[in-house]
Design a protein around this ligand. Structure first.
Ligand code: NAP
Length: 312
């Protein structure tokens, strides 16, 4: 008999196949009535497989009194109520490290595209404006600029390594200073003041909510750029929109937003922003590795062994 698990949201198809091989999967996102679905499964289900935004709240945990493990697909666990899980002695796992390089590639692409305006210049060519309206206007070099990394963790360090190869200098702010050669700033305002490009790579959640606000953007100034690969919640989005329109900062590169995927339509008209639809880790290779780690944590738990990547 395969153990029974609940899958909260639609998951990468290759991972779903591997989950189906090892477990009997009950898809919550296909259930017409969640309460009845959970009530029927409550006596038998000991684990959940969840995917980034689907998360797991306290009410879901309460509906499943036999729950022992929440295995997340993704490193960010801001959509899971960790305090509630801890209180109920439910283990939470995530998928760190296997996505660092891919997410860092996306972050570097955002830095490059934001400063050099490659997407805008391509639109200029496709519109037939090249020649007709002269050459595309000059943009900004990366070389010699200071990249301020807000959240120099696993992904932040992979981004810093790439930025060094482009001739950028690195500074950072975390809550605690790290054993690295790069200069440390004591708070986000100081980091913004000392940086040309402020890049966010912290976790989301209450602790980092609106960490980048009007004060931080004022410190960055009209020549400064913002790049967000973390979570939409880390920046005060209405303020960012206003600052971009009023040219109080030079530009922004964003992979993450408030209310994804139903983002504020005002974004569609902001020319000095490069916008990606949350594609940080979105390659076949990386999503496969993330799924394999998610499945491995589930398998280990049902084999009575410690999980590999425990958060709480
Ligand atoms: P990590 O290794 O835990 O790094 C997070 C860093 O943020 C740490 O250095 C931490 O240092 C710092 N930090 C945490 N809270 C902070 C605060 N309040 N103020 C300043 N710094 C703070 O995590 P990771 O694996 O690099 O992942 C980082 C995040 O990237 C994820 O949680 C997720 O939100 C995001 N992400 C996005 C995508 C995407 O597709 N766009 C993909 C993967 C991950 P201290 O603890 O010393 O403060």
């Amino acid at each position: 008999m395969k153990p029974e698990i609940i899958v909260t949201g639609k998951i990468f198809s290759r991972t779903q196949e591997k989950l189906d091989q090892a477990f009997t999967c009950h898809k919550m996102y296909e259930a017409a009535e969640h309460a009845a679905f959970l009530k029927e499964l409550a006596p038998r289900v000991r684990a959940l497989a969840t995917f980034g935004p689907a998360g797991a709240d306290a009410a879901l945990m309460d509906a499943l009194p036999k729950l022992e493990l929440i295995s997340n697909f993704g490193v960010g666990v801001d959509a899971i109520d960790l305090a509630a899980a801890k209180q109920r002695r439910i283990i939470v796992t995530n998928t760190p490290d296997v996505l660092n390089e891919c997410v860092a590639d996306t972050a570097l692409a955002l830095v490059l595209n934001t400063l050099r305006m490659f997407p805008q210049s391509e639109r200029f060519l496709r519109a037939g404006d090249w020649g007709a309206r002269g050459a595309y206007p000059l943009t900004t070099s990366l070389g010699g600029k200071v990249l301020g990394v807000l959240g120099l963790g696993r992904i932040g360090e992979a981004i810093a390594r790439r930025a060094l190869a482009c001739g950028m200098q690195i500074r950072y702010h975390n809550r605690s200073k790290k054993d690295v050669a790069w200069p440390y700033d004591p708070d986000p305002v100081a980091l913004a003041k000392n940086s040309d490009v402020l890049l966010m790579a912290t976790p989301g959640g209450a602790e980092t909510s609106k960490l980048v606000n009007a004060r931080v953007l004022d410190a960055l100034g009209p020549e400064g750029y913002v790049v967000n690969i973390a979570r939409g919640s880390v920046i005060d989005e209405p303020v960012l929109l206003r600052y971009l329109k009023e040219k109080r900062i030079a530009g922004a590169g964003l992979d993450v937003f408030d209310d994804e995927p139903k983002i504020n339509p005002e974004w569609f008209t902001v020319e000095n922003a490069v916008l990606f639809p949350h594609v940080g880790s979105a390659t076949v290779e990386t999503r496969t590795a993330m799924g394999d780690l998610q499945v491995e944590n589930l398998r280990l738990h049902f084999a009575g062994k410690p999980v590999r990547t425990r958060v709480v």
